[in-house]
Design a protein. Structure first.
Length: 83
């Protein structure tokens, strides 16, 4: 089975969901067997690539967030609200 491309985005939120993802400690290695983190606030990626799954934390609070949400929706097979 090919690894999924995973992106995480935080919009108008506190970043706690991203911290909780990191708090799974060594279990993150199990996630890494299934998916590559290709875009995230904790990964220095430029632009928004085509991905299989995007986890979105926070609320759409600005025009910039609206544009980012539209972009990630167009480049993601699945978008999941987180938090």
């Amino acid at each position: 089975m090919a690894k999924k491309k995973l992106a995480t985005v935080w919009l108008g939120g506190c970043s706690c969901c991203h911290m909780s993802l990191l708090d799974i400690d060594e279990r993150i290695l199990e996630v890494a067997k299934l998916a590559d983190f290709v875009k995230s606030p904790i990964v220095d990626g430029k632009g928004f690539p085509e991905v299989d799954i995007t986890l979105v934390e926070g609320a759409v609070c600005s025009d910039e967030h609206v544009e980012e949400a539209k972009l990630l929706r167009s480049r993601s097979n699945l978008v999941v609200a987180l938090g």
